[in-house]
Design a protein. Structure first.
Lengths: 431, 266
């Protein structure tokens, strides 16, 4: 009875804490400007099913794709087991679904095989990061917390799977010993091999079985609450993020409505815009970005596929699209913390540009869209870079001098080079 | 042969004065108008249009920058000023269909002009060439033979990833009976030449290599006789790269239009 109350209390506390943190995250995302992505719902749904659920963009790199798929399938399917754990925990039952008989045995057997798969995949992932030291995981933006974050996640998953398999092994042994409460249920294709390692006393086995059961469920609840602080948030955000993907051609940059109004007024003085121009041009800080950009930042799992294909990064420039996303999230978290502690009206003299993302980074971009193409969950770092450039150019008139020359040429000659418009058709005459 | 232009290039103003309307407007672009190397491609596109008998026109001195480099550099004002001025001219001439000689112009007019009142059917010249091949109007005969020659095609970002046009330029090369070899990074995974996003007009940031060198090294790995391009900016970057690598006498960088003109002896 006490354990049931304890279980219910822990679960409720975990869910409440998680809700509070998710609300904060949603509030942070809502700091962003409006962007309408409510069109084409069926196409959006299909994109989400294909890209997030079906992981269609992962296959480009087959080895991590296969390993990731095992972990993903394991995560989704083993959660059916969590449902049973929840019910058992609340009502003090044991393996409540055991009555399903053959189906149950099949399910538990599958979970075990998957759990072993997840265990192996996570160990391989740890090896790739810490022993093989793949280049993608060695970039400077990952030093410190991001590297630890990745290792904590993998290590926790290894522990959770170990507990799950040990629990089953202890349970199986208790079942064969005929200990009351441990009715025969489940098949144990993997954990049967652990049985010989276990003690023979029922009391020790019960302690082990209960210990692993509690560790498994508390581990999952703790992991849930770790998500809002971690890059691992992608397991949830991948779905809305792909649903709200950019469905237009990648080369299309948004036309700024506020500018359209001003340009129309300039060309036609009688033009009256439907809505007043709002805010500044481009983005100086996170609240100048759209909520899509900000959701992208929470979705990023720092895999670095974007950076590994970025022509600027490949050739040694400072720009890393992954860092653009990480910086945006870090700044958003900082602003959020200030909102929690001091309320609205943050004046810390800092901004996303300069304090997080430098000018050198944004001007190194070739707008080639390789990063956007490479992201397995449709994050768009280029959209943020463009907004920062817009701020630098339109609000501050601070562009590299050669860019200013080019802009001046377009303005005066209708071409980015200093040629006379009158000579524009000479190509047809010079024979 | 492909250097000279023995045909009259009609302008919109002339056509309208005669009370005529073209089937398609050829949008030349700034590079195609002023850059010496790109001018060759421009003339070759005209030769192709003339050869197949499509009624076309150019804007001539009425054309102006689409605003693409301004937009990528963050100057939305200048972009929209350019766009609206151009749209006014295009709409004034009641233009319905446009072929561009540059993927950047193609992307801008096709994707960014509609929101500002400019709605046209826009194709890139490699798509035009593909269509003409499919329709049987263009072949690869009567000119230089490319049979068995090794050609590698560099995908321009604003044609490929930006707009999903991967097949048209390849189709134009397949008809040559040449040996088409792909670089390791091609199609949606293609590596930028380094010119996009207004990089063409500035010095690169500090790094350990120029992007066009990275790209040309990869292109040279395929041991090509010809590197095919579809963009005047890629053309500059790739040609410079070949020069830097001292391979100019072994490797030619040619636009798809130039290759088509040569193959047909136009």
């Amino acid at each position: 009875m006490i354990s049931q109350i304890l279980f219910i209390a822990i679960t409720i506390a975990a869910v409440i804490l998680f809700s509070i943190n998710v609300k904060k995250v949603i509030r942070n995302i809502r700091l962003g400007r409006d962007a309408d992505r409510s069109d084409q719902p069926s196409k959006r749904l299909i994109t989400m099913l294909k890209v997030a659920f079906g992981q269609s963009k992962m296959v480009v790199r087959p080895i991590p794709a296969a390993l990731h798929f095992v972990v993903y399938a394991g995560f989704v399917i083993i959660n059916i087991e969590v449902l049973e754990i929840m019910i058992d925990g609340i009502f003090g039952t044991h393996r409540i679904f055991g009555g399903l008989g053959t189906l149950y045995n099949f399910l538990i057997g599958s979970f075990e095989i998957l759990a072993l798969g997840v265990w192996l995949a996570c160990v391989i992932f740890l090896i790739r990061r810490n022993i093989l030291k793949l280049k993608r995981f060695m970039a400077s933006e990952l030093e410190g917390w991001p590297k630890s974050d990745a290792n904590y996640i993998l290590f926790t998953e290894v522990l959770l799977m170990t507990a799950f398999l040990l629990m089953n092994a202890a349970d199986a042994k208790l079942q064969t010993l005929g200990v009351s409460h441990y009715t025969t249920a489940g098949s144990f294709p993997v954990s049967q091999f652990l049985i010989p390692l276990l003690p023979d006393q029922p009391s020790a086995l019960i302690a082990l079985e209960r210990g692993c059961w509690w560790f498994h469920i508390i581990g999952i609840l703790a992991f849930l609450n770790y998500l809002p602080y971690s890059k691992h948030f992608h397991i949830l955000f991948a779905f809305p993020n792909t649903y709200y993907s950019n469905l237009e051609p990648k080369g299309e940059f948004t036309n700024m409505q506020s500018v359209t109004n001003e340009v129309k007024a300039m060309l036609d003085p009688s033009f009256v815009p439907a809505e007043a121009a709002a805010g500044r041009f481009g983005a100086k800080d996170v609240n100048d970005l759209t909520w899509i950009n900000l959701m992208n930042a929470y979705t990023c799992t720092e895999c670095g596929r974007c950076t590994s294909v970025c022509p600027a990064n490949i050739t040694g420039k400072l720009l890393s699209p992954r860092k653009i996303m990480m910086d945006t999230r870090d700044r958003m978290e900082e602003v959020g913390k200030s909102l929690d502690q001091k309320g609205p009206g943050l004046e810390d003299g800092k901004s996303l540009i300069d304090d997080y993302i430098t000018r050198e980074e944004i001007w190194a971009c070739t707008s080639c869209n390789a990063c956007v193409e490479a992201c397995p969950i449709n994050i768009d770092p280029l959209a943020i870079i463009t907004e920062l450039r817009r701020y630098a150019v339109m609000e501050e008139s601070q562009a590299p001098s050669s860019i200013n020359t080019m802009l001046g040429n377009i303005e005066n000659n209708g071409a980015p080079w200093k040629y006379s418009p009158a000579d524009r058709f000479n190509w047809a005459k010079e024979n | 042969m492909s250097e000279k232009l023995n045909i009259e290039v009609p302008t919109m103003a002339e056509l309208v004065a005669r009370g005529e309307q073209p089937e398609i407007l050829f949008w030349v672009g700034c590079a195609g108008s002023y850059d010496e190397r790109a001018q060759k491609t421009t003339r070759d596109i005209c030769k192709i249009l003339h050869h197949v008998g499509i009624k076309y026109a150019v804007l001539g001195t009425e054309e102006s920058c689409t605003g693409d480099p301004a937009k990528r550099a963050g100057n939305e004002f200048l972009f929209q000023m350019q766009a609206m001025t151009n749209i006014e001219i295009l709409n004034g001439y009641d233009i319905k269909k446009i072929v561009t000689g540059c993927p950047h112009c193609f992307n801008t007019i096709k994707n960014e002009y509609p929101g500002l009142g400019g709605n046209y059917e826009v194709i890139h010249h490699t798509q035009l060439i593909q269509d003409l091949i499919t329709e049987g109007k263009l072949k690869a005969e009567g000119g230089e033979s490319f049979k068995g020659k090794k050609i590698t095609y560099h995908d321009p970002c604003y044609l490929g990833r930006a707009n999903g046009v991967y097949e048209a330029p390849r189709k134009a090369l397949e008809v040559l009976d040449a040996q088409l070899v792909e670089m390791k990074r091609c199609k949606s995974n293609g590596l930028c030449c380094g010119a996009g996003g207004a990089q063409m007009f500035k010095e690169p940031e500090k790094g350990n290599k120029d992007i066009n060198i990275e790209r040309i090294e990869e292109a040279l790995e395929t041991n090509p006789g010809i590197i095919a391009a579809g963009c005047p900016f890629c053309m500059t970057m790739l040609s410079d790269g070949v020069k830097m690598k001292d391979k100019s006498d072994q490797v030619q960088v040619l636009d798809i239009a130039e290759i088509t003109v040569r193959a047909n002896g136009l």
